[in-house]
Design a protein around this ligand. Structure first.
Ligand code: NAD
Length: 301
């Protein structure tokens, strides 16, 4: 059994939807959980709701350990306070699930800057604000697990979600760097790209919604949060029980040796586009060093 006894987790946006499901599963496996959620509307505007209280009570009733937190991830002080809450209440922090999210969809030509800022603030900057104080503790204790919640809207694209898609792909960039910086300290950083029926997707999934329970995403997140997690710097798509890895690949490409064949021209690109794009034999680099290693033998040949 994957077990979280003596482990402490912070799940942001855990009052509803996917976050609530992750918090429940972590707690049922023995983790003490900080259930963070200010209870905002889907567009991030304030409301009177206190869903963090409901999930915290539910976890406690089931015999688990949890504490509610109402801070906003987009406020650096409140983000730091949620990490501090984990330490004050439960003595440490081992796991951060960056899950809080809002939507402000607009076709790009109609996107107003406040709707860009609000979305970047919660998804992308919020993950920086929450993860940095936790990462410092994780380095000191030489252990940590961090999960980013990305989205196929960024990884693959979705009409009307320029702000959201950019924020969600930004999280993949943050993950890539933190995965490398965390290696020495047994800090593993991965991402999930979920598809689930929540209030956020209420109007867009259609009849397939009933097949896409949030509880079918949480096992992926919980595995990535576990001591037994064997991967870092990777993105997993999770939807209705289907789990896949998504990645960025580098094709073998085409090389024109500048010393032997002359300088590269735009016409060369046009002429060799099929070879450049050919996916046969692609690699999945784990860092930019892997790309440099591929280049060096060619450039020095
Ligand atoms: P949801 O609206 O049910 O839950 C999101 C929660 O985040 C809400 O309870 C909300 O109060 C909270 N939140 C919003 N702003 C916050 C802030 N500043 N600080 C802390 N909490 C805040 O939606 P969901 O579908 O469960 O989404 C969870 C995450 O999964 C989001 O990051 C979302 O972008 C991502 N996601 C969801 C899907 C999907 O299919 N549902 C797909 C891809 C990505």
């Amino acid at each position: 059994m994957i077990d979280f006894s003596d482990r402490v987790a912070l799940v942001t946006g855990a009052g509803r939807g996917l976050g609530a499901s992750h918090a429940r599963l972590l707690a049922s496996r023995g983790a003490a959980v900080v259930v963070n959620d200010p209870g905002v509307a889907t567009d991030g505007t304030a409301s009177e709701a206190r869903p963090a209280d409901e999930i915290t009570a539910e976890i406690k009733e089931a015999g688990g350990a949890a504490v509610a937190d109402y801070g906003s991830v987009s406020n650096p002080q409140e983000a730091e306070a949620m990490v501090q809450r984990a330490i004050e209440e439960f003595g440490r922090i081992d796991i951060v699930v960056n899950n809080a999210g809002i939507l402000r969809d607009k076709a790009f030509h109609n996107l107003e800057w406040p709707n860009l800022e609000a979305v970047l603030d919660v998804h992308l900057k919020g993950a920086f604000y929450v993860t940095q104080p936790a990462f410092r503790h994780m380095r000191e204790q030489s252990y940590g697990r961090i999960v980013m919640t990305s989205s196929n809207s960024g990884l693959l694209g979705n009409f009307g979600q320029a702000n959201y898609g950019a924020a969600k792909m930004g999280l993949v960039g943050l993950m890539n760097v933190l995965a490398l910086e965390g290696v020495k300290y047994d800090i593993k950083v991965n991402s999930v790209a979920p598809v689930a029926h929540t209030r956020m997707t209420e109007d867009i999934l259609g009849p397939i919604a009933e097949k896409l329970e949030p509880s079918q995403v949480s096992p992926v997140v919980v595995y990535l949060c576990s001591e037994r997690c064997a991967v870092t710097g990777e993105v997993y798509s999770a939807a209705g029980g289907v789990v896949s890895r998504m990645f960025i690949g580098l094709t073998p490409g085409w090389f024109k040796h500048p010393d032997k064949e002359g300088a590269l021209t735009p016409e060369d690109i046009e002429a060799h586009l099929d070879e450049i794009r050919d996916e046969e034999g692609y690699i999945v680099p784990a860092s930019n060093q892997d790309e440099l290693q591929k280049l060096a033998p060619l450039l020095f040949s």
